[in-house]
Design a protein around this ligand. Structure first.
Ligand SMILES: NC(=O)c1ccc[n+]([C@@H]2O[C@H](COP(=O)([O-])OP(=O)(O)OC[C@H]3O[C@@H](n4cnc5c(N)ncnc54)[C@H](O)[C@@H]3O)[C@@H](O)[C@H]2O)c1
Length: 304
């Protein structure tokens, strides 16, 4: 056991399986008391069971740590609130929340039903809001805390998971908003984009060039929750972690601008000016998609 999180109270959603479970175990091993939340659902979000969260609490206790299970659905305001209420009732404070819970409902955009859009956005994006909302109210009064959201490289766009991609992009904007809005209260907010072997990544149809284990992701999350990261002032960041690699994503910025000359913009003035001055920013995902299609046409298994 280390002491990166000694004395801290951390709540982790989706902590019954995969990356969330590794995060909960690592937080406990580093000295945190942990609220283990998991609704215990299938990858599509059905058939809930409380056994999944309880099993991880037993694992933590068996290793000498302290944890409590909450099997609520974090896509509800009541579920998000309960996680924080349980942390306060049981341990008296909440220093960190880590929103890992997620589901997948894959479908091409032109075939996607409301039943495939709503639950995915509700679990990822609203499920991060409900927990951030409840936790940040407490952290503001405490004068400090750490919020961590889970995004994905797919926030850049996705062929068959527009619902998931949109939710993951929304989480980045939510994290940046939390970083800005809570800075003066000593609360940091960051996002993690993992690539790790779990039941969810087993679903990806292509070979992933860079992938690791849930424990690799857990190490980064523990660091971000710790005073070491808080002392460095790390906030509003998006980090990829894939096995041995950790990478930081750029902040969105304007690339190039042009100003209307000789009067307001008209479609004709824009047509004359935009291609040669403002131009475009080529989409890396589109280039990768074309390379994958070429590989598939050669009969090779596409790499991503
Ligand atoms: N595994 C990867 O390579 C990868 C890549 C990119 C992003 N992610 C993200 O990382 C996170 C964890 O993914 P994973 O691979 O460990 O998935 P997983 O399916 O192994 O675990 C997700 C957990 O979330 C729980 N959950 C689902 N809906 C819930 C709800 N409403 N309330 C509470 N719990 C709920 C599930 O029961 C499950 O135990 C997800 O947000 C996922 O989108 C994973």
């Amino acid at each position: 056991m280390g002491n990166f999180l000694a004395g801290k109270v951390v709540a982790v959603t989706g902590a019954g399986r995969g990356i969330g479970r590794a995060v909960a175990l690592a937080c406990a091993a580093e000295g945190a008391r942990v609220v283990v939340n998991d609704y215990g659902v299938s990858m599509e979000g059905s058939a809930p069971t409380s056994e999944v969260a309880e099993a991880v609490v037993k694992e933590i206790a068996a290793a000498g740590g302290e944890a409590v299970a909450v099997a609520d659905d974090i896509s509800t305001m009541a579920g998000g609130q309960r996680i924080v209420d349980v942390a306060l009732a049981r341990y008296g404070r909440v220093d960190g929340v880590v929103c890992v819970a997620g589901i997948l409902r894959e479908r091409m955009l032109f075939n996607m039903a409301e039943e495939e859009w709503d639950p995915v956005v509700a679990t990822h994006l609203k499920g991060t809001f409900t927990v951030f909302r409840a936790a940040s109210a407490v952290m503001r009064k405490q004068g400090g805390g750490t919020l961590i959201g889970f995004t994905s490289g797919n926030h850049q766009g996705s062929v068959a998971q527009a619902n998931y991609s949109a939710a993951k992009g929304g989480i980045i904007s939510l994290v940046r908003s939390a970083a800005l809005g809570l800075h003066k209260y000593g609360v940091t907010a960051n996002a993690v984009a993992p690539v790790a072997r779990t039941r969810m990544s087993a679903n990806v149809p292509m070979e992933l060039a860079e992938i690791g284990e849930p424990e690799d992701v857990a190490a980064l999350v523990v660091y971000l929750l710790s005073e070491r990261a808080r002392d460095e002032g790390i906030t509003g960041q998006v980090y990829t972690v894939a096995g041995p690699k950790i990478a930081v994503w750029a902040q969105p910025r304007e690339l190039r601008a042009a100003y209307a000359q000789g009067g307001a913009w008209t479609p004709e003035r824009i047509a004359q000016c935009l291609p040669g001055t403002v131009g475009t920013d080529p989409m890396p995902m589109l280039a990768r998609l074309e390379a994958m299609a070429e590989a598939a046409a050669r009969g090779a298994r596409p790499n991503a």
